[in-house]
Design a protein around this ligand. Structure first.
Ligand code: IPE
Ligand code: IPE
Ligand code: MG
Length: 243
């Protein structure tokens, strides 16, 4: 990495203990739009810019796994026009961005019930996965139509359907039936937008995650906030129940 592209924290020569897997609950688009006197959709549009810059910044920090929560199984409870506009935006962005991400060596995955999403979005996601499948850089997981409880139920169904003997069910086996099979546990969960809750995100995988909550609304999230989150994480002592 040249010193020019070196992210600020590392350039300062600080010794940082960085997370291997960061998951982000991108929240606050609607409130951002409201604050600017704009319709909610403009907030989602503005949020896309934060997604782009965040991925690039975390890539510079060489974070190996990044997971973004873009649409929860509970977000179907929103007005139909907002849901449909969101899906249209996600489809456009996945198609547009995957070429650029491919150049960065990013490997794209999807977490959630893909088959319930509109055809066009499913196809865009599948194209992005196919295009980037051999990349060895950051693994970027897109949690669209993701719910932690649904994920656990889907895993249980698959285990039963395959006739797995009860005595062979352990944490390792169970992990392999989750949408996140093959991904490491989440080290750091960031939530923007000021709410102090998990909203059904990675409830199994987050059992020993560290959390970073910020009042900053997602469209205002940027490098400065990422640095704060990484610094905060770096200063924590993780004990995993030990001493
Ligand atoms: C997060 O922003 C994006 C999605 C959940 C899709 P919100 O749309 O939840 O924004 P607020 O929380 O209403 O401000
Ligand atoms: C969580 O945000 C889901 C996503 C960011 C995709 P919400 O805005 O839907 O969460 P709640 O409703 O405030 O818990
Ligand atoms: Mg919200």
């Amino acid at each position: 990495m040249s010193s020019k592209t070196r992210p600020v924290l590392l350039a300062k020569g600080k010794k940082l203990h960085l997370p291997n897997h960061i998951a982000i609950i991108v929240d606050g688009n609607g409130r951002w739009a409201e604050q600017h006197g704009l319709p909610r959709f403009e907030g989602h549009l503005a949020g896309i810019e934060s997604v782009r810059s965040t991925i690039r910044c975390l890539n510079q920090y060489q974070i190996k796994y990044v997971t973004l929560y873009g649409f929860s199984t509970e977000n179907w409870n929103r007005p139909k026009y907002e849901v449909m506009n969101l899906f249209r935006l996600l489809e456009e962005i996945v198609d547009k961005e995957s070429q650029e991400l491919h150049k960065l060596g990013v490997k794209i995955r999807h977490l959630g019930r893909l088959e319930e999403l509109p055809q066009g979005l499913q196809q865009a996601i599948n194209r992005a996965i196919e295009l980037t499948k051999n990349n060895t850089g950051m693994t970027l997981s897109l949690a669209f139509n993701y719910g932690g409880r649904t994920e656990i139920l889907d895993a249980v169904r698959a285990i039963i359907a395959e006739g797995v003997p009860p005595q062979s069910i352990n944490e390792k086996l169970f992990n392999n039936y989750l949408y996140t099979a093959g991904l490491p546990d989440v080290d750091l969960i960031i939530r923007t937008g000021g709410e102090l809750r998990i909203s059904n995100f990675l409830i199994w995988q987050a059992s020993y995650s560290e959390y970073y909550f910020t009042d900053v609304l997602w469209p205002d999230f940027g490098e400065k906030e990422i640095e704060k989150a990484l610094l905060s994480y770096s200063q924590r002592q993780r004990r995993f129940g030990g001493l």
